[in-house]
Design a protein around this ligand. Sequence first.
Ligand SMILES: Cc1ncc(COP(=O)(O)O)c(C=O)c1O
Length: 419
Amino acid sequence: MKRSDVVGGAVDWTAQARELDMADPLAEFAERFVAADPDVIYLNGNSLGRLPLGAVARLREVVEQEWGRGLVGSWSRWITQPQMVGDLVGRLVGAAQGQVLVCDSTSVNLYKLASAALAARPGRPVLLTDAGNFPTDRYVLESVARAAGGRLVLLDTIDDVSAAVDEQVAVVSLSLVSYLTGALADMRELTQVSHAAGALVLWDLSHAVGAVSVELDALDVDLAVGCTYKYLNAGPGSPAFLYVRRALQAGLQQPIWGWFGQRDQFAMGAHYDPAPDLRRFLAGSPDVLGLAAVAVGAEMVLEAGIDRVQEKGRRLGDFLITLADAWLAPLGFGLASPRAATQRGMHVSLRHPSARPIAQAVIERGRVIVDFRMPDLIRFGLSPLTTSFGDVCAALESVRDVVASGMDEATPVGLTADR
Ligand SMILES: Cc1ncc(COP(=O)(O)O)c(C=O)c1O
């Protein structure tokens, strides 16, 4: 902090944010996104990332040239896109080629992989997760357990995994970054303890991919899934990805027997005979437009470098927490996220008994978009390619002003649900 940032004994946080932005090596990336209203501060990229200008151009090309002009002939290029774009995403999560597919939704991919993993561990009826895992993960795992006559065990917290994983457990399925608190799980440790007990691990990387450095191959992870509409900016409902460690591919059978997983797809054979490799985890026709957008987002993060992205995200989070300590703790806010940057993903959550009306009032002022999570959390999504330190400063100022002026008390509740 420079002396000029201390005005009359108080720190000038706005000046400090400006300096941090000027020193930010990723600052120019923000200009590569659509900013329909440049005054809006968008801290919800952990739910739906902003629209890259590159995606607008690429989608137009795919629509007008590949679809419009090329028509059905373009399938020769499209048909391998789940693998091609999968390899791009794989580079972001430490996966060598041929282990990542971009296809279907996270929920469907989770179903495919959890079912296959449970079937691969006969005599072990239990799927293990924690009660704080994202709802779709808990629901899907419950349905997998029920369909196979198994059982889902919900632990109170992820910290209970080591004590709970035993010879009954087939699959341990966890989120790397908590959607509630942004806490980053210890992938190395939890993968090791699961393997030591003979279980397979299935990680949900939805809040990590494109934001946090992940090393799936190096940590010997078995299976993973994740979405692409947060830090890969691929748009609402864009296709998700799945990872299957190469050594496991031929031995796992997923339950959705579609023709895209068939060994000889166009022989139109009488019975399902799965491809020997990763392709067996496909089901039906890929979302070609969505895949094009995923490629744009993944290329942009690769260009920025995942280490630099993570580093900036950590600094943004540290800055936010510093401001929250200074401005919001005296107003009754508590930190729900880990204080240590190395233990966080890219969003920071603050706790307040009136979190819901406060978030609502902040959004209704029209400048800052954050979100509320049950029961008492306000989440601040920090997207390193699009969020500036100035954004963080202005957002916290807005929260402070709303609470200090009592605006939150008069505001009706009723935020829309999202993720
Ligand atoms: C951890 C996690 N898993 C899964 C999902 C969503 O899955 P789907 O893409 O199937 O809607 C989300 C959505 O935010 C999520 O945060």
